[in-house]
Design a protein around this ligand. Structure first.
Ligand code: TMP
Ligand code: ASP
Length: 238
């Protein structure tokens, strides 16, 4: 598979064309940003960990019947994926109050919900990814009603599968963000990445943060946390 011209550079990844119009190569960087790019830094080795972790988790989800963009890991940082047009919605599933939920609703971090929540943000950096409901998403023609239903259904199933998996690693899945895309025939598949950049992962016993909140909040031990969470995943996902 030949890596052709760069099509796009995002905050954490670059995307390249290939000689197959239906396939792209994603290249994961060590760059880290937070607060819509206001805070910038580097997390050494993050690109390798996020690439490998996302691929392993997507392969695991495929086995559970969730279609994803994942095709094949090409190297430490590079992965072959199906070309999609991204649905401009960031889908956030939460099991425990944290982050913006705690801030918006005045709920202490760590309060466990009776059932998971789902919310959507409009994926639009210029607008600061504003929260929106499904009526807003329909008004803006970001997705069809059927697509939104599929995305919600997949997101809750992904939550069930990931929550169960992380539990075997002694890790509590607090919340995470997903993005979906459309294949050329319109099929909705999970895209983007699933990593410590896009999930809150707490040690089940100590509640130590093993994710990007260590960078966002200047807690220190960022690289160590990424290495620890990857080590646990490798020990439990064959
Ligand atoms: P939040 O509590 O800040 O809304 O974040 C919820 C989850 O979404 C958390 O696991 C981090 C992830 N997230 C992203 O992946 N990208 C983003 O731009 C933001 C704001 C959050
Ligand atoms: N990726 C996001 C950004 O820079 C933020 C985050 O993950 O907190 O804007």
């Amino acid at each position: 598979m030949e890596k052709l011209q760069q099509l796009y550079e995002g905050k954490a990844k670059k995307v390249f064309a290939t000689d197959d119009p239906e396939l792209l190569i994603v290249d994961y960087k060590d760059d880290a940003t937070a607060f819509n790019g206001l805070k910038k830094g580097t997390i050494a080795g993050k690109g390798v960990i996020n690439n490998q972790m996302s691929n392993r988790l997507m392969a695991y989800l495929e086995k559970q019947g969730i279609p994803t963009h994942f095709v094949k890991e090409l190297s430490d940082r590079e992965t072959l994926v199906k070309k999609v047009s991204i649905v401009p919605l960031e889908v956030i599933v939460r099991n425990i109050a944290a982050g913006s939920f705690s801030k918006h609703y005045g709920v202490e971090e760590g309060v466990v919900f009776d059932q998971p929540t789902i919310e959507f943000s409009y994926k639009n950096d210029a607008l600061g990814d504003p929260l929106l409901n499904t009526y807003h998403a329909l008004a803006l023609k970001l997705a069809t009603p059927e697509e939104i239903k599929t995305i919600e259904d997949y997101s809750f199933r992904i939550n069930d599968a990931l929550k169960a998996f992380w539990l075997t690693c002694g890790v509590t899945l607090v919340d995470f963000k997903l993005e979906f895309g459309r294949l050329s025939d319109g099929t909705i598949v999970l895209a983007d990445e699933i990593s410590p950049d896009t999930s809150r992962l707490w040690d089940s016993k100590t509640h130590e943060k093993l994710d990007k909140d260590r960078f966002r909040r200047d807690l220190g031990g960022v690289e160590e946390a990424y290495a620890e969470i990857m080590k646990r995943l490798e020990a439990h996902l064959k």
